[in-house]
Design a binder for this molecule. Structure first.
Ligand code: NAI
Length: 401
C-alpha cells in the first residue's frame, strides 16, 4: 500500500511501515484540503498519516481513489471529520495514551518543586536575589497525595508517588482497582480535606467543567498545593488565584488553561495566576517529550498494520472496535456496510453461495456503519469480495487472504 506521512511523524512509524512491505513518502509539511485531495488522487495514496495541524474535512474522505485508513499520530482527533470518515469506510486510529508516563513524571517533579518553592528561588536568583530559606519547605516523604481521576495518568502517578514515600488516596467516578497501597477516598470532599497535594487527571466533560471552584479550594488543607495537567476548563483559575493570595492554598502547578494560544508566541498570554508566589505555569507540555512522540509513532503504525493485515479495528475512533484472532487454514474478509437491517444475512448468503463455511465472525456497529470480520474455509475470498462489492449497502470490502 502507499502511505503518505505529513507533519514530521516520528521515524519509527516510517520504519515499521516500510519493514511491513509498504511504500512510504514522508514530509514535515502539512497540506490544505485542496492540495491534499489533489495529492491523494494523483499519487493514489491508500493510507494517510497526520498530526494535529492537518484538517481532514469530508472531501478528503470522498476522493475517487479512496483512502483505506488514516493514522492520527497525536492524542486528539478534533481536526478530523470522524463522521465523514466513518460514512466513507475510512478507519481512523490515534494514540490517546502514549504520553501517559510523560505527564506522570512532570507531576511527580512538580510535587517536589512546589514543596520546596523551587520556582520562586530560581526566579529570585536569576534576578540576583540570594534568599536561603527553610521555612515552609518540606520533604514530600510521608505527605498525602490526592489524585482526582484515577485513569491511565492518575494510576501511574499513584505508583510513582508511593516510590518516593508518599501516601496516595484517589477519587474517581468509576470503581477503580487501587495500585500498590493507593486507596480510594470516600468522596472528593474527603480527598480534598486529607491531601497535602491535590492533582487532577479527569477528562474534559460537562460534568468536570468547574470541578474545582472556590468551595473546593476552601475544603483543601491549609497550605496544601494544587496541580492541574488535565484540561483547563476543569478549574476556576480566578478562585484558585484568590485561594493562593489568601495563603490558604500554598502553591500550584498549572499546565492547561481554559483558552490556550494556537501557536507559540513570545508575549500576550494572560492568566490570573501570573505573578503569584510558588506557582509554576507551563504551556501544556505535560505530554511533550521525545519518548511520547516515539510511542505515538509505534502505537499508531501498529494499529494501521493490524487493520490492514488482520482487519482489527481496536483503537479506532471512526469504526466500531472489532477483533478476531487469526487462525491457520482460514480465509478472511472484512466488510464495511451501511448500518441498516438485513445486511449480515445478505453477506452470509453470498459466502455460502461460494461454498464458504463460516468459521468465525464478529460484527460491530456505530450509528453510521457496521463492520464485520468473517473467517471461512473456502479459498474464494476474491470472488466473494467481488460479489459483496456489488451489494448496494456495501461501503468497503477487502479480502485479506
Ligand atoms: P483516562 O480516561 O485514562 O482517565 C480519566 C479518569 O477520570 C477516568 O478514570 C474517569 O473515570 C475519571 N473521571 C471522569 N470524570 C470524573 C470526575 N468527575 N471525577 C473524578 N474522576 C472522573 O484519561 P488519562 O489518559 O488519564 O488523561 C487524564 C487527563 O489528562 C485528560 O483530560 C487528558 O486530556 C489530559 N492529558 C493532558 C496532557 C498534557 O499535556 N497536559 C497529556 C495527556 C493527557
Amino acid at each position: 500500500m502507499k502511505f503518505l506521512l505529513l507533519e514530521n511523524i516520528h521515524v519509527v512509524a516510517r520504519d515499521a511501515l516500510i519493514a511491513a512491505g509498504h511504500e512510504v513518502s514522508a514530509t514535515g509539511a502539512s497540506m490544505g484540503s485542496e492540495e491534499l485531495v489533489a495529492h491523494l488522487e494523483r499519487e493514489q495514496i491508500d493510507v494517510l498519516g497526520i498530526r494535529s495541524r492537518t484538517q481532514l474535512k469530508a472531501e478528503v474522505f470522498e476522493t475517487k481513489h479512496a483512502l483505506q485508513a488514516v493514522g492520527a499520530f497525536c492524542i486528539g482527533t478534533n481536526q478530523i471529520d470522524l463522521e465523514a470518515a466513518s460514512r466513507a469506510g475510512v478507519a481512523v486510529f490515534n494514540a490517546p495514551f502514549s504520553n501517559t508516563r510523560s505527564v506522570a513524571e512532570l507531576i511527580l517533579a512538580e510535587i517536589v518543586v512546589l514543596s520546596r518553592s523551587l520556582g520562586d528561588r530560581s526566579s529570585e536568583l536569576h534576578l540576583g536575589k540570594w534568599r536561603k530559606v527553610a521555612t515552609g519547605c518540606n520533604e514530600v516523604r510521608g505527605k498525602t497525595l490526592g489524585i482526582v481521576g484515577y485513569g491511565h495518568i492518575g494510576r501511574q502517578i499513584g505508583v510513582l508517588a508511593e516510590m518516593i514515600g508518599m501516601t496516595v488516596i484517589f477519587h474517581d467516578v468509576l470503581q477503580r482497582l487501587p495500585m500498590g497501597n493507593n486507596r480510594p477516598a470516600a468522596s472528593l470532599d474527603v480527598l480534598l480535606s486529607q491531601s497535602d497535594f491535590v492533582t487532577l487527571h479527569v477528562p474534559e466533560t460537562p460534568a468536570t467543567a468547574g470541578l474545582m471552584g472556590a468551595d473546593q479550594f476552601a475544603r483543601m488543607k491549609n497550605g496544601a498545593r494544587f496541580l492541574n495537567a488535565s484540561r483547563g476548563t476543569v478549574v476556576d483559575l480566578v478562585a484558585l488565584a484568590s485561594a493562593i493570595r489568601s495563603g490558604h492554598v500554598g502553591g500550584a502547578a498549572i499546565d492547561v488553561f481554559p483558552t490556550e494560544p494556537e501557536a507559540n508566541s513570545s508575549e500576550g498570554f494572560l492568566s490570573p495566576l501570573q505573578g503569584l508566589p510558588n506557582v509554576i505555569l507551563t504551556p501544556h507540555i505535560g505530554g511533550s517529550t521525545s519518548e511520547a512522540q516515539e510511542n505515538i509513532g509505534r502505537e499508531v503504525s501498529g494499529s494501521l498494520l493490524r487493520y490492514l493485515e488482520d482487519g482489527s479495528t481496536m483503537g479506532s475512533v471512526s469504526f466500531p472496535e472489532v477483533d478476531l484472532q487469526r487462525l491457520p487454514g482460514r480465509h478472511r474478509l472484512v466488510h464495511v456496510h451501511q448500518n441498516v437491517p438485513g445486511v449480515l444475512g445478505e453477506v452470509n448468503g453470498i459466502v455460502s453461495r461460494h461454498r464458504g463455511n463460516i468459521l468465525g465472525q464478529v460484527l460491530g456497529t456505530n450509528p453510521q456503519i457496521g463492520y464485520v470480520i468473517i473467517d471461512f474455509d473456502s479459498n474464494a475470498a476474491e470472488l466473494i469480495a467481488r460479489d459483496l462489492a456489488a451489494v448496494n449497502t456495501t461501503i468497503r470490502v477487502r479480502a485479506l487472504g
